[in-house]
Design a protein around this ligand. Structure first.
Ligand code: PRP
Length: 175
């Protein structure tokens, strides 16, 4: 696999995360508190940065799903590995994703969260591959729209590699 080529720099990411945090803080100013639900594994860095820059009370939950295996193609099938641990009934839930690709995962997660009877559910994603969308799902807070390249870094992996890069880079998988 080739070395990653910078697509979105560390500075661009940090600026955008700050903007998203400001927008979210304004939108939920009257909500009292929000629950950030990070989707493992890819969201862990984005969630950590976003959560620390919010100006409103927040709690953190994690959820784990699996859809890709170790390859580069989505099967469309979403498997729940771990649900939220805390009670989110009547709470304002913000799902935090690193990437929305086909949209199947986020669509599934929105439905799953709704089944917990929260006060509201919205989604925040750092990047989205709009051209690959297979289902219609709203990303209320979006960092960047990108093309169809395979991207790594800032939580995103290819075969578990490169998650901790501070930037988002493009790789060319061999398979
Ligand atoms: C990625 C990403 C989303 C999903 C998006 O997770 O974090 O959860 O794929 O794809 P979709 O829009 O086509 O459904 P992945 O399965 O790579 O797992 P990971 O976060 O553990 O790396």
């Amino acid at each position: 696999m080739s070395d990653p080529v910078v697509l979105i720099s560390e500075e661009e990411i940090q600026t955008r995360v700050g903007e998203l945090a400001e927008q979210i803080s304004q939108d939920y100013a009257d909500a009292g508190e929000i629950v950030l639900v990070g989707v493992l594994k890819g969201s862990f860095i984005f969630l950590a940065d976003l959560a620390r820059r919010l100006a409103i009370p927040r709690t953190i939950e994690f959820i784990a799903v699996s859809s890709y295996g170790t390859g580069s193609r989505s099967s469309g099938a979403v498997r729940l590995v771990m649900d939220v641990r805390g009670n989110i009934e009547n709470k304002h839930v913000l799902i935090v994703e690193d990437i929305v690709d086909t949209g199947h995962t986020l669509k599934y997660l929105m439905g799953l969260m709704e089944s917990h009877r929260p006060a509201s559910v919205r989604a925040c994603a750092l990047v989205r591959k709009a051209e690959r969308a297979e289902v219609d799902v709203e990303v209320k807070y979006l960092g960047f729209d990108i093309g169809e390249q395979w991207v790594v870094g800032y939580g995103l992996d290819y075969a578990e590699q490169n998650r901790t890069l501070p930037y988002i880079g493009v790789v060319s998988p061999d398979d």
